[in-house]
Design a protein around this ligand. Structure first.
Ligand SMILES: O=C(O)[C@H](O)[C@@H](O)[C@H](O)[C@H](O)COP(=O)(O)O
Length: 255
């Protein structure tokens, strides 16, 4: 088991954020190629925050011309419940910085329904996912009974949160729903929808992209030798598939 666990978790440390971005582009492009060939489509889940900028090398040659963008289906691991053109929208962040610069098929971009309440938007997103699983656009894990995304690109907050799953919050325990909502997020804005851990952990590949010395403490808790009694959300990321940490020197400085 130990060997299997070791094989399923990789930690890569880069001298600079620029080096990290180069490697993340190759990693994503290779998986795009693999799943486009194997499944005829590629389901990619994005986060907010600095992740979008970390994907910038995909917008350059060779990737911009070689990736089969029409195979991509893009989702969000979490979204703030605000209009799509609001400054706080994770959709807007991704669209302005990435999606509008690639030849994505508009129908393959799955933003939340911003006309609904937090609860309504979470239910609606789960319904959308159920249709896509039925049509085989999104894979399904027979082992867990949850959707199985090809690649999840996760960021992490300095407090160790991933998606909108925050330390000590009851949502960490959600084990039925695919998508849920939070109205008391400790990080503003307070209302968000988020994938649950069973969905996150059913993924085939997860990249945890973490940069900057401000994250070093949480990275140390997750990957270092220090023992802590309560688990940070990032420590609950444990996919069926392969987890790769992409760290820069700052984030890895306490390891
Ligand atoms: O909805 C949010 O508030 C963001 O999506 C958030 O969860 C983000 O991904 C992390 O805080 C990491 O952000 P940075 O990479 O910018 O530090």
């Amino acid at each position: 088991m130990a060997a299997e666990t070791a094989e399923k978790k990789k930690v890569e440390v880069f001298d600079t954020e620029e080096d990290l971005a180069v490697s993340l582009a190759k990693y994503t492009a290779d998986l795009s190629d693999k799943f486009s060939k194997e499944r005829g489509s590629f389901s990619v889940v994005l986060s907010g925050g600095s992740l979008i900028k970390a994907l910038r090398k995909l917008l350059e040659p060779p990737y911009i011309d070689s990736i089969e963008w029409s195979k991509w289906h893009v989702f969000w691991v979490d979204e703030r419940v605000v209009p799509k053109d609001h400054e706080d929208s994770n959709y807007k962040l991704a669209n302005d910085g990435f999606l509008s610069k690639i030849p994505m098929l508009p129908g393959n971009v799955y933003a939340i329904n911003d006309a609904l309440s937090a609860e309504g938007a979470a239910d609606d997103y789960e319904t959308v996912l159920k249709h896509l699983v039925k049509n085989n656009v999104v894979d399904f894990s027979a082992a867990t009974g949850f959707p199985k995304f090809d690649l999840m690109l996760l960021g992490m907050g300095p407090d160790g949160h991933v998606a909108s799953l925050f330390p000590g919050h009851p949502l960490l325990e959600e084990n039925q729903k695919w998508v849920t909502f939070i109205k008391d997020s400790p990080k503003p804005p307070p209302e968000r929808i988020t994938f649950t851990f069973p969905v996150i952990n059913s993924s085939t590949y997860i990249a945890l992209v973490v940069t900057g010395a401000g994250k070093a403490g949480a990275v140390q808790t997750a990957l270092g030798k220090s023992e802590s009694s309560h688990k940070l959300p990032v420590q609950m990321v444990s996919p069926e598939g392969v987890l790769t940490w992409f760290l820069d020197k700052g984030a890895a400085s306490k390891l």
